[in-house]
Design a protein around this ligand. Structure first.
Ligand SMILES: [Fe+2]
Length: 318
């Protein structure tokens, strides 16, 4: 007999009577089944991707049958392909959302921190604590913990679309979700051109073009966005030159990438996920990934790295 097996048998002698008594008293024997500690993290979520081309078509058809009063719920969830998951990853979730032409949804607030990357908008707005903020393509709007936000679209012909990103899987697992709804008078509302929660694409694009620092081989040309109001997530814009291949990274942080412009692919271990504008790629923690641009491209990076750092669990292979 194998020496290890005989040692194990000696250490955990089989005794059904003993185990039955333990179960009957409301306990579980710690020596039965798998232990909780592993040498390295094993992620139950898969790396996966979603197509904006498909998402937009599906939202268009949903616009006809979902009442405008609940337009804030007209979203299609990017559920992970791992068995029975309803969220994208275990701490961050993403959805595609639409507001139909001429539509105004009620406002709400929640303890979940969230943000939206605008894919299409020509006259659509988010209300933030009672002020209107108009959104342009590639802008980012943050809707932090307990900030009132509503949405509407002055454009009578064109819908508006965006990618929502939220920390709701995390807040849900911590049992700290609160949610409220209210009606707002959007017509009487003041416009805010300089909201601290509005990150404008024209500023980001200019900053990326004028970066003094050279190319970071893991991230391309990269800037960190001001997201102090949503402490569970960091956001970055990464710009890659034509046909750039980044150095692979592996870390204990979750990552979600949204293609803002260009095209290319993200290699996650053995699988390549192609992307073009609006597509989303989810990379669970402790899986090695790298990006490969076909043309000059920009990705929005969303990560829970600040949480891992705060709690002392951030580890990285680079
Ligand atoms: Fe919300």
């Amino acid at each position: 007999m194998n020496k290890n097996k005989s040692t194990e048998a000696l250490l955990v002698a089989s005794d059904e009577k003993r185990d039955k008594k333990i179960y009957q008293a409301g306990f579980i024997p710690g020596w039965i089944g798998e232990g909780g500690l592993k040498p390295e993290p094993i992620h139950e979520f898969n790396a996966c991707s979603w197509s904006w081309h498909k998402g937009k078509k599906l939202l268009h058809s949903a616009a006809k049958s979902i009442d405008s009063r609940v337009a804030e719920r007209r979203n299609i969830r990017m559920a992970n392909t791992a068995n029975q998951k309803r969220t994208t990853l275990n701490t961050i979730h993403t959805s595609y959302q639409m507001v139909a032409p001429g539509e105004f949804a009620r406002a709400h607030r929640h303890t979940v921190n969230a943000g939206r990357l605008i894919l299409e908008s020509s006259g659509a707005f988010t209300t933030l604590n009672g002020e209107k903020v108009y959104m342009e393509p590639n802008d980012i709007i943050l809707t932090p913990n307990w900030v009132w936000h509503g949405l509407g679209n002055d454009n009578e012909e064109l819908g508006a679309f965006w990618v929502d990103f939220l920390d709701d899987p995390l807040v849900s697992s911590l049992k700290t979700i609160f949610f409220e709804v209210r009606d707002e008078d959007y017509e009487a509302m003041e416009e805010n051109h300089d909201s601290p929660y509005h990150i404008k694409w024209r500023d980001l694009d200019k900053e990326l073009e004028n970066l003094d620092s050279g190319v970071d081989e893991s991230h391309g040309h990269r800037i960190k966005l001001d997201t102090t109001s949503i402490p569970s997530m960091d956001l970055f814009m990464e710009r890659f030159d034509d046909k750039m291949k980044t150095r692979a990274i592996k870390s204990t942080a979750n990552h979600i990438f949204v293609c803002v412009e260009g095209s290319g692919s993200t290699q996650v271990e053995d699988t390549s996920f192609p992307w073009e504008r609006g597509d989303v790629v989810a990379v669970p923690s402790w899986k090695s990934f790298s990006h490969h641009s076909s043309v000059k491209s920009t990705l929005l990076e969303i990560t829970d790295q600040p949480l891992m750092e705060l709690l002392g669990w951030y580890r990285s292979s680079v």
